[in-house]
Design a protein around this ligand. Structure first.
Ligand SMILES: Nc1ncnc2c1ncn2[C@@H]1O[C@H](COP(=O)(O)OP(=O)(O)OP(=O)(O)O)[C@@H](O)[C@H]1O
Ligand SMILES: [Mg+2]
Ligand SMILES: [Mg+2]
Length: 747
């Protein structure tokens, strides 16, 4: 263990001591070729090395639509706005030419989603059009431009080949199915390298060394294709076939998997090879996150609605309000129905205003959980709720679990993050019928799973739960027993309850379910509006091994707000009521090499919060406290596997903070601090509280890894601003404590 970390540091530190320029992605054009290895000439490759091309199935329409049958478009549809940058398509010509395909550019200002959709005659979206879209997105800096480009492509698909919208969307986020189904590609790089060798006649050592040099097998694959002359060109790929085949590849293994990859790869042209290979590796590298994708879809839809009276590039300005409304409706529907197979046909068929009712929640499909806001004491709770009826529940410190049962009696368990945790809890499934009372066919309950000491009949700390195995759990081998504390009911026997008030939901919960000692319990609750009783209940919750209380409205403003961090659920924690009120969950983006006792591991780290609006990570503090030696070993080993050669374009930081190594945004840590202050260096929440200064944490301390949160669920910039503003000293005199800011020293 120790050895591998030391050698990792040695290798990496060599690289950092004599910095080499960041690996650049070479621009590809038809003339770019990798230098041929001396013993292989691709054009005169021997018959053995020459790929045997087995073209994949071709859409029948493509085979049978002879150019002469394609109707000429009337001349009066000429798009006067089209400039030279984009090839005008299908206006005077009878069909899309090779050039149309190769020059396809949905980022051009003059792009017209209908006229520039060069595949409109065939109504089947070429994979090359999608690959070209990815290619221009990869070269685009700004997020808005990126979204706009994607929306242009989506709009074209909506107009001319709507059947391809679902596969296009999945391919854009590199998913094969809804995230909660957990169908993943992740083909090993060596398997892909072998397929590339076989298809291009290059040898493995060459492909490996090029990949090391360039840092991206996708680019290497593309360059290898460029220099390869084929005996005959297989039929062009299209989006729906590629998607279908990728799903197939994910489900099979061994030689047939390898063959399928090979058959697809030989049919790739130009940048198709790059993105096809990247899809298989599982990293598309174009940075389209879920929220950007939903926005792009919404804009695409508005562009489609106004295709006749507005140039695509102007739609964003002219129909600003409609875009905002559409985006909100789409994102809201996605929170209760995170499934593009359902949402996309619905947006194509119905008015967007009907989306929510057309895509209802149902068991088996996770919904985004309602979240709570922090408070710093009982007084703040009463200030907020005034005379409203409230209830206090113990706040259990385990793992959030949304437990679903569908009509067929199948149970699924989802994490806070909508990940499918069903395989982690076969014990819960085995005992799930004990919970039912009366006639229950389907349900969705909201709960917290905690580790349970069977002998002492008491709750165990979170740390114990986190040692439980995650995958392929065998019920006989379970060491950590769990008890589920149920606190809400969201769906029962075919009816969604989210629009009902908590008191009603709770009544139904008590009616349909029963407690089983040490297995299923209702969260301990107290309905009271007496401040002393709340205080006392808080003390009791701590004695009962809980973190504090959740205080919730019962009858007024008491619906279940999907995906919202609601003011109607307040957290009241005992542990750090003092100044900050809550811990933060932050993303590790960089590491500083340790000195002295910490030599050989990282000694400190750079942390960031996530700004959901700009989709960027903003530095918030350096941290070097709270780690055991073992923690540092574990972190260094894990993060060492996620080092990147440069900061991501979506990291915001001051150059003075430059760490020894940058990391991919792959891990979230829970961190406590003494307080938050304005900072001239850090960028968290910049522009929200102060135009030029961000916010940083003073005396940050590592608490634990948050495996149940992904980087985009990290504490958001708005939450940071809110936490800063609600500190007593800020509220009292609104003055910053910049001078007090200190950097931790790492030893
Ligand atoms: N009675 C309860 N009602 C609601 N949530 C509860 C209850 N008991 C425990 N919890 C847990 O408390 C969480 C809310 O507080 P917590 O500080 O743990 O949030 P978190 O997971 O860190 O997320 P965030 O900080 O984003 O709110 C819920 O997500 C749930 O997992
Ligand atoms: Mg928690
Ligand atoms: Mg928290």
């Amino acid at each position: 263990m120790q050895k591998s970390i030391t050698s990792f540091f040695k290798k990496k530190s060599d690289a950092t001591d004599s910095p080499s320029p960041p690996k650049k992605v070479p621009k590809i054009d038809a003339k770019t070729e990798l230098p041929d290895e001396p013993h292989i000439k691709s054009e005169s490759a021997s018959p053995e090395t020459k790929p045997k091309v087995e073209p994949m199935s071709v859409d029948s329409e493509e085979k049978t639509s002879p150019v002469k049958n394609v109707k000429k478009e009337p001349k009066d549809t000429v798009d006067k706005t089209t400039d030279k940058k984009v090839t005008t398509i299908g206006l005077n010509s009878t069909s899309a030419s090779k050039e149309d395909a190769e020059n396809y550019d949905p980022s051009a200002d003059s792009y017209h989603p209908l006229k520039n959709a060069y595949w409109k005659d065939k109504k089947v979206t070429p994979y090359l059009a999608l690959a070209r879209t990815f290619q221009v997105i990869e070269e685009t800096k700004g997020r808005l431009k990126m979204i706009d480009t994607l929306s242009n492509f989506f709009c074209s698909v909506m107009l001319v080949s709507p059947e391809d919208l679902v596969p296009s969307v999945y391919l854009s986020i590199n998913q094969l199915a809804p995230a909660y189904e957990g169908l993943e590609l992740g083909v090993a790089e060596t398997t892909l390298m072998k397929a590339i060798c076989k298809a291009t006649g290059r040898n493995l050592a060459h492909i490996k060394s090029q990949t090391q040099l360039i840092g991206d097998l996708g680019i290497v694959a593309e360059q290898s294709r460029v220099s390869q002359r084929m005996m005959f060109q297989p039929a062009p790929l299209n989006v729906r076939d590629v998607f279908r085949k990728l799903r197939e590849i994910a489900k099979i293994s061994g030689q047939s998997k390898m063959d399928l990859v090979y058959n697809m790869f030989v049919a790739c042209r130009l940048s198709e090879a790059r993105f096809f290979i990247r899809s298989l590796i599982g990293k598309l590298r174009i940075g389209i996150a879920e929220q950007s994708l939903l926005t792009a879809l919404a804009i695409g839809l508005v562009k489609k609605n106004h295709i006749d009276d507005c140039k695509a590039s102007k739609v964003a300005e002219v129909y600003k309000d409609e875009i905002a409304d559409t985006t909100l409706l789409l994102k809201t529907a996605y929170c209760q129905c995170p499934n593009y197979d359902i949402i996309i046909p619905a947006i194509l068929k119905y008015d967007i205003k009907e989306l929510q009712e057309r895509c209802p929640m149902h068991p088996g499909m996770p919904l985004r959980p309602m979240l709570a806001q922090p408070t710093k004491g009982v007084h703040e709770v009463f200030e907020r709720f005034g005379g409203m009826q409230i209830t206090c529940e113990w706040k259990y410190d385990g793992e959030r679990a949304q437990i679903h049962r569908n009509e067929k009696g199948e149970i699924s368990i989802f994490s806070r993050n909508s990940e499918n945790n069903t395989a982690k809890y076969p014990d819960l499934i085995a005992r799930s019928t004990g919970l039912l009372k009366g006639d229950v066919k389907s349900y969705i309950i909201d709960s917290e799973i905690v580790a349970w000491d069977v002998e002492r009949k008491q709750i165990l700390p979170f740390q114990v739960l986190s040692t439980r195995k995650r995958k392929n759990v065998d019920i006989e081998e379970i060491k950590v027993q769990v008890c589920v504390y149920i606190f809400d009911l969201l769906y029962i026997n075919g009816t969604a309850l989210v629009t009902k008030n908590l008191s009603e939901r709770r009544k139904l919960m008590l009616e349909h379910f029963q407690e089983v000692e040490g297995e299923w319990k209702f969260a301990t609750a107290l309905d009271t509006n007496d401040i002393d009783e709340v205080q006392q209940f808080l003390e009791e919750s701590i004695k009962g091994n809980c973190e504090g209380l959740m205080v919730k409205t019962l009858d007024e403003e008491a619906t279940y707000e999907i995906a919202k961090r609601s003011r109607n659920w307040l957290k009241l924690k005992k542990d750090y009521l003092s100044n900050v009120g809550d811990s933060l969950d932050l993303v590790v983006i960089g590491g500083y090499k340790g000195k002295g006792r910490r030599t050989g591991t990282y000694g400190g780290f750079l942390l960031a919060c996530y700004d959901t609006e700009n989709e960027e990570y903003q530095s918030i503090c350096k941290i070097g406290t709270g780690f055991t030696d073992e923690d540092l070993q574990t972190h260094s080993e894990f993060l060492g596997k996620h080092v990147t050669s440069a900061a991501k374009s979506y990291y915001r930081y001051d150059p003075s903070l430059e760490p020894d190594h940058w990391f991919e945004p792959v891990q979230v840590w829970e961190v406590k601090c003494a307080d938050l202050s304005l900072s001239p260096i850090h960028r968290a929440a910049i522009g929200i509280v102060d135009g030029e200064r961000g916010i940083s944490l003073r005396f940050p301390r590592f608490i634990r890894i948050r495996d149940d949160k992904n980087s985009e669920n990290a504490t958001d910039a708005n939450q940071v601003a809110h936490m800063y503003q609600s500190q007593d000293q800020v509220k009292n005199n609104q003055k910053s404590s910049t001078q007090m800011e200190m950097e931790d020293e790492f030893y």
